[in-house]
Design a protein around this ligand. Structure first.
Ligand code: FES
Length: 139
């Protein structure tokens, strides 16, 4: 009888520890893949043009979600939503391939945000910006 109680107690402890470990391991993954939520402001953001060399991308928070400025190897500058149009994961810039990869289902987008392959149904949303006096103003 005492062994049954001890076995049940250890079982409950083990189950609790397993749930806690799964939550601790899964939370950062979910936070990384999910777009930010919260305030949806339209504040303007200013970056120096020198912040984004040719062929590079700079990710930032804009209007409560993830966005990216990208300058192609040819020097074209674009501001896009970084939220995949398939299921909302955050895309990554592949500098060597000069495209965006969505890590969730391998969707690929061009630097202009057009869908190249995979399940995304629409291009990445464009964000308005202006360039003047060595500054990029987003929004
Ligand atoms: S969420 Fe991006 S390809 Fe599925």
């Amino acid at each position: 009888m005492e062994n049954d109680s001890r076995r049940k107690f250890l079982g409950v402890c083990l189950a609790g520890a397993t749930v806690a470990a799964a939550a601790a391991a899964g939370y950062p993954v979910i936070r990384y893949l999910a777009p930010k939520s919260g305030k949806v402001g339209t504040d303007k953001l200013v970056f120096a043009t020198s912040d984004i060399p040719d062929g590079e991308a700079k990710f930032f928070e804009y209007a409560g979600t993830s966005a990216v400025l990208v300058k192609t190897n040819a020097g074209a500058l674009l501001a896009l939503s970084a939220v995949c149009t398939h299921m909302g994961c955050i895309v990554q810039w592949e500098k060597d391939k000069q495209d965006f990869l969505c890590p969730c289902h391998a969707g690929h987008y061009s630097p202009e945000g057009e869908v190249l392959s995979g399940p995304p149904p629409k291009p990445l949303a464009k964000i308005p910006f202006t360039v003047a006096d060595g500054k990029i103003t987003v929004g």
